[in-house]
Design a protein around this ligand. Structure first.
Ligand SMILES: Nc1nc2c(c(=O)[nH]1)N[C@H]1C(S)=C(S)[C@@H](COP(=O)(O)O)O[C@H]1N2
Ligand SMILES: [Mo]
Length: 438
């Protein structure tokens, strides 16, 4: 397991039999396709699942042990519950819609999207953690401990939604490479920290400042200390907004290790990738930031719509800014049974990047007719908004509940997949759940 360079899921997706050999040295018998476990490979696999495997000789080749495939056990992420692990190296895990039912997302249910290897929490000395401000457009380089940030600047607390630009990727055809997120790379916890603006004004920056970007303490998945896994940012105007925070707390507690402990950026409404975790350095740039994952197809989409599968030249790709309008049905859980004619309570959240959600509608007839849901205003700008509705299912059978949000600029979620793009970003198609009327 230790010399494994890539994630189990990734390897098995590409070629399960080759993955077997590479991970455990397990060879397949060409006649029976049974996995032939050598002594060494049996030891490796037993160690990984945490027990001996009595029926190891019957285990088909190319089978990821269920204990590793998608669960709690060896890959349990400390402090997380019920998340679906999409990849183990780097760790990526999403939240099933019904577990996002809370108004404020609890730490245990906030998704994890890692591009590299996070710092080990027990190695972190909280008092010694420093954040440095630098870059061409900073007046003079300055460093703060977390204690100094807390002491020097006013604290703010906001509910801010965080959504990965790739949320919904799994539905794209032709498929887009990357984590196959369904709907769960989103959440809206409450964050506490200082305003980026207050710190930047204290440090001082030049008139030519156009962009602000971050560097974190995580290391590149290859283990190469000279490579940066991700360094992204936003135009300076976005960084200077009231709600752009350097945060040390989430829901009143330390930020969970996988979500950026002890310090992270929270810049809401834009792809989650601008919200740097394990924050070490902020740079103010006199040009659009060009760090890893700012260029090529990373977090960029064709400036103009293209046919699915098109190869798009670099200069025709644009950086993703505000995320599109979207909603989730968080209650009931998809797949329930419900009595015919009885009120069916529905609820969820809706959000719209930099905009506000102005309406949510629900449908039980595949979008032929829509009913307006009750919608609350946001707790603060960039917080997701809660909606609820009640419907009755007219007869027995299979129904789908669809939800569709519209933002204050009149833009609504599409019912089908929106514009294809090479990396499968920005899928804001309507969420739907299945309900059996009995
Ligand atoms: N240092 C660092 N910051 C990072 C990342 C990362 O891999 N390293 N991932 C980014 C991406 S792509 C997303 S979607 C969000 C995810 O935040 P979460 O894991 O707390 O949900 O963090 C962003 N910040
Ligand atoms: Mo992301």
């Amino acid at each position: 397991m230790t010399d494994k360079k890539r994630g189990i899921h990734e390897l098995y997706r590409e070629d399960p039999v080759a993955a077997d050999e590479q991970l455990w040295g397990r060879k397949a018998d060409p006649m029976t396709r049974r996995g032939f476990l050598t002594r060494g490979s049996l030891v490796a696999m037993s160690a990984a699942v945490g027990a001996t495997i009595p029926f190891a000789h019957l285990m088909p080749s190319g089978l990821i042990p269920a204990a590793l495939a998608q669960t709690d056990t060896p890959f349990a992420i400390p402090g997380k519950e019920g998340l679906v692990v999409l990849n183990d190296r780097p760790v990526n895990a999403e939240t099933p819609a019904h577990l996002l039912d809370d108004r404020v997302t609890p730490a245990k249910h906030l998704f994890v999207r890692n591009n590299g290897i996070p710092p080990v929490t027990t190695d972190i000395d909280l008092d010694a953690w420093e954040i440095t401000f630098g870059g061409e457009s900073i007046a003079q380089e300055m460093t703060f401990t977390i204690g100094e940030l807390k002491e020097k600047f006013k604290h703010y607390t906001y509910q801010l939604q965080l959504e990965c630009g790739g949320n919904g990727r799994s539905e794209f055809v032709p498929p887009a490479s990357g984590n196959q997120w369904s709907t769960g790379a989103v959440g809206c916890p409450e964050w506490t920290g200082v305003r980026l603006r207050d710190v930047l004004e204290h440090v001082g920056f030049k008139d030519d400042a156009v962009y602000l970007a971050y560097y974190g303490a995580d290391i590149h998945a290859s283990g190469d200390p000279d490579k940066v896994p991700i360094s992204r940012g936003v135009p300076i105007e976005k960084a200077l907004e009231d709600e752009s925070l350097i945060a040390w707390a989430m829901n009143g507690d330390d930020i969970p290790p996988m979500n950026g402990y002890p310090l992270r950026l929270v810049i809401a409404g834009w792809p989650g990738s601008v919200a740097g975790k394990w924050l070490r350095k902020i740079v103010v740039r006199n040009q659009v930031h060009d760090g890893p994952k700012m260029t090529g197809t990373a977090y960029r989409v064709p400036c103009k719509p293209v046919a699915p599968g098109t190869t798009v030249p670099d200069e025709e790709m644009c950086i993703i800014e505000s995320m599109p309008v979207k909603s989730l049905i968080t209650f009931p859980k998809s797949g329930i049974e419900h009595a015919v004619g009885q009120p069916l309570a529905l609820r969820g959240h809706a959000w719209a990047g930099d905009a506000e959600v102005s309406a949510v509608h629900v449908s039980i007839d595949f979008g032929a007719t829509w009913m307006k849901a009750d919608l609350e205003g946001p707790a603060n700008r960039f917080a997701w908004q809660h909606w609820n509705a009640s419907m009755r299912l007219p007869e027995t059978g299979y129904f789908e509940v669809w939800a569709r949000a519209t933002d204050d600029m009149g833009r609504a979620q599409p019912m089908v997949l929106p514009g294809w793009n090479p990396k499968g970003y920005l899928n804001n198609a309507c969420h739907r759940i299945a309900v059996q009327a009995v």
